[in-house]
Design a protein around this ligand. Structure first.
Ligand code: NZQ
Ligand code: ZN
Length: 381
């Protein structure tokens, strides 16, 4: 186990009817900007619940933060927030609304162009406090300090590390209206978040391993049941908490991490607009195929503990576990190959070029260079 320091300040408020408690958490004198996506919250009653809970507050609304939030839209939100002298932000939506709001919270205190901060990966001059009402289990953004911001003009997408929400409200009932594709992407994203922190080398921490495996097992158990009934409260509550726990730092204490699949996936979204979780379902099995020798020890542990594969040669067990992983993503209703999305060699060339120019190397050992990213992408054709 490596040395580490851990602090997660987010107050998690979970359960039926908890949106009504919003006013217990926000001081009355705050000038609040409430941020939203494209309107799903108007159809499922979340908007009405939030507005009712915030009666008497000074609020301004900002609508239209897109899936894969764009700097082009967020600049407008920052300008509005400055004009209205906003000093508290409430993001109501999925990871995109929350991530976008993290950039707004840094942008409100910065006089330059917010894209500078995205490229720098961090705020320039502090942040305004933000809180969230989560509507889509997937990213963990409700309990971490990460954000991923796109430029549609430049066809780029970059990670940005800012502030943790002060609190996040998670009412599983608000997920009942999620489209099947978003549920599939959320399950895949959660699964791969765990894998990015778990699938490295064995023997670093028994506790981290077992926490990670417990989330994977929970996802494998609930996914087919959610496909049958996506309005089952207990199932969606477990899904929601799994997604939060998968990327709030708890399973990463003292262990190495990978994140190569995410970095390749972000490029597929930037270039083709594929949903984030879907890109991971395509890239992750290929990452395992290409790096199976480096990751052999951990894949064998994963095979046995998560998929109960305990017979056959090491090579057979490893291949079976990789096949099981891809099957799991397909069972969610996602495609797992680039050619199924009409993506081919031109995109692979472009991603290899970008990674070469940026001189990056991802993965727990820095093995995922531009050349290895090419191999991974070729393995998902
Ligand atoms: O925009 P609205 O109308 O609200 O509709 C959204 C959107 O179209 C809809 N939706 C959300 N909640 C709903 C709902 N529809 C019906 N009922 C509900 N309850 O779902 C669509 C997708 O929403 P989005 O927020 O884009 O999805 P997600 O939560 O998967 O977020 C994806 C973004 O998060 C980033 C991704 O790269 C991507 O940009 N990530 C952020 C991370 C982080 N902050 O730590 C880590 C992740 O790895 C990821 O990279
Ligand atoms: Zn992700």
């Amino acid at each position: 186990m490596y040395n580490f320091s851990f602090q997660n300040p987010v107050k998690l408020i979970m359960g039926k009817g908890t949106i009504a408690t919003l006013s217990n958490e926000i001081p009355k004198d705050k000038s609040i900007m409430i941020t939203f996506g494209g309107g799903s919250v108007k159809k499922n009653g979340v908007y009405d619940q939030v507005i009712k809970a915030l009666q008497g507050y000074n609020t301004v609304e900002f609508w239209g933060i897109e899936p894969n939030p764009s700097i082009e839209t967020l600049r407008k939100a920052i300008a509005l927030g400055k004009e209205k002298k906003v000093d508290f932000l409430l993001a109501v939506g999925g990871g995109s609304v929350i991530d976008g709001t993290k950039l707004i919270s840094a942008g409100l205190l910065y006089d330059g162009d917010a894209w500078d901060m995205v490229l720098a990966g961090k705020p320039a001059a502090g942040t305004v406090p933000l809180a969230t009402v989560l509507t889509l289990p997937a990213t963990g953004s409700e309990m971490n300090n990460g954000a991923v911001i796109s430029s549609y003009e430049k066809k780029e997408k970059h990670a940005f590390f800012a502030n943790y929400p002060v609190f996040s409200i998670l009412d599983p009932e608000v997920t009942f209206t999620l489209p099947d594709h978003q549920i599939a992407c959320g399950l895949a994203d959660t699964f791969v978040h765990v894998m990015e922190q778990y699938m490295t080398t064995p023997g670093q921490s028994r506790l981290m391993d077992r926490w990670a495996e417990s989330i994977l097992q929970t996802l494998i158990e609930i996914a087919p049941k959610i496909r049958e009934n996506k309005t089952d409260y207990q199932l969606m509550a477990d899904f929601m908490l799994s997604a939060t726990m998968a990327l709030n730092g708890f399973i990463a204490m003292g262990v190495s991490q990978d994140w190569g699949t995410h970095m390749i996936g972000h490029e597929l979204t930037a270039l083709h607009g594929l949903s984030h979780g879907h890109t991971l379902a395509i890239v992750y099995p290929a990452t395992l195929r290409v790096l199976k020798e480096d990751k052999a020890g951990k894949i064998l542990q994963y095979a046995e503990r998560v998929w109960q594969i305990s017979t056959g040669s090491n090579e057979e067990r490893i291949n079976k576990a990789i096949a099981k992983t891809e099957e799991f993503f397909r069972s969610l209703g996602l495609t797992t190959r680039l050619n199924e999305e009409q993506i081919g060699e031109a995109t692979i060339n472009e991603i290899e070029k970008r990674f070469t120019e940026r001189n990056v190397a991802y993965g727990e050992n820095g093995k995922v260079t531009a050349a290895v990213a090419r191999q991974i992408l070729e393995s998902c054709l």
